[in-house]
Design a binder for this molecule. Structure first.
Ligand code: HEC
Length: 203
């Protein structure tokens, strides 16, 4: 190739890159760009309902999501009643995880202590019930799980944001909050009491 021809060729190639143009782009392999296929949500005259996407057959279960365990996935027993205790082994790790998730997802309304004066409420959202109230303290764990999953009255549902395991972890933290407002000094091991008693409190 002569140098002048090469230069012209190089310039022509460079011209395809980076410049703005009103012209449609060059499609080197057209069959990759124009395929006889439907995209998500497109219309199709082929089917009676005019949709290219077919409805899922009744009873379809995504692989790995049978979620048969009613207690774990719905907080209910075989009779459909709320279960009393969270169906998992509770240790400090679970409770701490619950605390962390609670402070992210619940504290904006319920505040970190559960008293219900979170920032969203201070800006006008209807105040929720105190999580240390008798109402919540006497609720079965399954009902708190259900409240997170589906919401209740003014409270929206959080099942899309919070996976099942974290919902249960949060339930354990709601229990801690309930207890924290109704604990007596007898709940604290004797050797730890001096650490929490306010200094100079003579009574
Ligand atoms: C957007 C604000 C908001 C957020 C976030 C929120 N809640 Fe609530 N929650 C409410 C309100 C408001 C109520 C009171 C509902 C009513 O009585 O209308 C409530 C009620 C409750 C109740 C009592 C239900 C009952 O039957 O009385 C529980 C338990 C509860 N929330 C737990 C949680 C937990 C756990 C989270 C975090 C996963 C959470 N909430 C996040 C606003 C919120």
């Amino acid at each position: 190739m002569r140098p002048a021809a090469f230069l012209l060729f190089a310039l022509a190639l460079a011209g395809c890159r980076g410049n703005k143009s009103e012209e449609p782009p060059v499609h080197v392999f057209g069959d990759m760009d124009w395929q006889p296929k439907y995209q998500w949500g497109e219309a199709s005259p082929f089917f009676e309902d005019g949709r290219a996407m077919r409805p899922i057959v009744d009873g379809t279960v995504p692989v790995g999501h049978l979620d048969e365990d009613d207690a774990y996935y719905r907080g209910k027993d075989a009779k459909g009643e709320f279960i009393g205790r969270a169906p998992l082994e509770v240790d400090e790790k679970v409770v701490r995880r619950g605390q962390e998730r609670f402070n992210i997802y619940c504290a904006p309304c319920h505040d970190m202590s559960g008293s219900g004066r979170g920032m969203v409420v201070q800006r006008g959202f209807p105040p929720p019930v105190e999580l240390s109230s008798d109402r919540v303290r006497t609720m079965p764990d399954g009902q708190i799980f259900d409240t997170i999953s589906h919401g209740v009255r003014n409270m929206p549902s959080y099942r899309k944001q919070i996976p099942v395991a974290d919902r249960w972890a949060i339930v354990t933290w709601v229990r801690v909050l309930g207890k924290s407002q109704h604990a007596s000094i007898d709940d604290v091991p004797a050797d730890k009491r001096s650490a929490i008693e306010p200094e100079g409190d003579a009574q």
